[in-house]
Design a protein around this ligand. Structure first.
Ligand code: SF4
Length: 210
């Protein structure tokens, strides 16, 4: 089932009718919208959350969710983990800042969205990379500190997991001397996926009007 309204309208409605911490509400609304906008599958699977966890998140932050979100897209389970997901969730939870339930939801969401093809901030539906840095600082500040060189977040996570397992993936002893420095670091520039999808929707709507 497709979304009834454009992603930005859904985002605005979720934020306007939401409650709870402002920043966390923004992060969860972004994830929900991108999870629904990009695929036809269930939201639970897009976010790596069980149906109970998703229901708890919606109750905590979006009391109008049952009116705003398509019931047929909610889902019944988190779907099958990819091989690296449990380790990545564990890495995140080992570095959680506040020991709140939100960090369990975020660890699952970040681990699942890390499997997607774009920059992590884009795959989380965030507006720009600074929001992901703020999220990591707020909820996983141990990892934010460890990533003091501002490595690309997906690269950083997988490097951490390899180091934990004693697997050497680096091609040089230091980043300065490594040919892959451009692969591991860099601005992670790009448009928010929600903006790109809105452009596509606008083009489609104008084509229909022609
Ligand atoms: S730039 Fe090279 S040395 Fe640095 S993290 Fe990447 S692969 Fe490892």
């Amino acid at each position: 089932m497709a979304l009834d309204c454009p992603p930005d309208s859904l985002f605005d409605s979720l934020i306007a009718s939401g409650r709870g911490d402002r920043f966390d509400r923004h992060v969860f609304a972004c994830a929900i919208v991108i999870g629904l906008a990009e695929a036809q599958g269930p939201l639970t699977e897009a976010l790596g959350l069980s149906a109970d966890a998703l229901a708890d998140l919606l109750d905590a932050y979006f009391p109008d969710a049952r009116r705003l979100l398509p019931a047929a897209r909610m889902g019944e389970h988190a779907g099958e983990d990819q091989i690296e997901e449990p380790d990545l969730r564990g890495l995140l939870l080992d570095h959680r800042s506040r020991n709140v339930t939100e960090e369990e939801w975020l660890a699952a969401i970040i681990a699942r969205r890390s499997l997607c093809a774009n920059h992590l901030w884009q795959d989380l539906g965030l507006f720009d990379r600074s929001e992901l840095n703020a999220l990591m600082e707020r909820h996983f500040h141990g990892l934010k500190r460890l990533n003091s060189g501002d490595m690309k977040w997906k690269k950083f996570f997988y490097r951490q997991l390899c180091e934990r397992d004693g697997v050497a993936i680096c091609k040089a002893p230091t980043c300065d001397a490594c040919a892959d420095v451009g692969v591991c670091f860099g601005p992670e520039a790009g448009e928010p996926l929600s903006a790109l999808r809105k452009s596509v929707l606008d083009i489609r709507q104008s084509q229909r009007a022609d």
